[in-house]
Write a protein that binds this ligand. Structure first.
Ligand code: PXP
Length: 241
């Protein structure tokens, strides 16, 4: 099973202060060195975190597999064809949302998405559609010619403990099995973290998970002690001179 690390929130931290750090490219290289199989970035219409230049710099790294998440708009289609990531994941996008809320309604736009998939594929890009774990959407995704579906695990991640969680997990399991049965490659993501990832990672029909927020959040505490020590060391060293 492959891990795609989403580094959007490295850029969120940078954009919060308008600095040049932390650099998403540096994060991508560390992620790769630490076992990430690909790097995911969502180039949003409002450019709230990842910027065009980030995608350009990431695309220039040899053998770094990039998964570009984007809305299926004409503007983003041109960007994808310019940057040529290995993968594109088409997602719904609303300006006011905090994060991607729900999957694409593929069934309502089969013709349009078929055209977008074909354009991306003719540029050599593998296309994934981010959808809710739902048979209707899987059948529609199959019609578009996309090779991959990324199953939205947000409802599973947000479900309280007990039956609700079990039900949401079962929806993902059923969707992953159905995707495999109709010849779609199954990926999953959204809201996965250190306490819920095991149940999803255990689903044999899934080939890749895309995880971002929890990894960036965890890294604060994995690295905080060292960051404080280094700042204090520099201060004390300056006083000794
Ligand atoms: N997959 C898709 C399609 C997404 O839109 C996102 C969030 O940008 C993720 C995965 C990663 O979600 P999270 O940051 O909650 O791990």
């Amino acid at each position: 099973m492959l891990l795609g690390v989403n580094i959007d929130h490295i850029a969120t931290l940078r954009q919060a202060r308008g600095t040049y750090y932390p650099d998403p490219l540096e994060a991508a290289l560390i992620a790769r060195q630490s076992g990430a199989d690909s790097i995911t970035v969502h180039l949003r219409e409002d450019r709230r975190h990842i910027q065009d230049v980030d995608v350009v710099r990431l695309s220039e790294v040899p053998d770094l597999r990039i998964n570009l998440e984007m809305a299926a708009t004409g503007d983003m289609l041109s960007k994808a064809i310019e940057y040529l990531p290995a993968d594109c994941c088409l997602v719904p996008e609303k300006r006011e949302e905090l994060t991607t809320e729900g999957g694409l309604n593929v069934a309502a736009q089969v013709d349009e998405l078929t055209r977008v998939c074909a354009e991306l594929q003719s540029a050599g890009i593998r296309v994934a559609l981010f959808i809710d774990p739902d048979q209707l959407q899987l059948d529609a995704a199959k019609q578009t010619g996309a090779e991959v579906v990324e199953l939205h695990t947000g409802c599973f991640a947000e479900a309280g403990p007990g039956d609700a969680r079990e039900q949401e997990l079962q929806r993902v399991v059923n969707a992953a099995e159905y995707a495999a049965a109709i010849g779609l490659r199954g990926h999953a993501g959204h809201g996965l973290n250190y306490t819920n990832v095991s149940d999803i990672a255990a689903i044999p029909e899934l080939f890749e998970l895309n995880i971002g927020h929890s990894v960036v959040a965890q890294s604060v505490f994995s690295g905080f002690a060292e960051a404080v020590r280094e700042m204090k060391r520099l201060m004390m060293e300056a006083r000794r001179e």
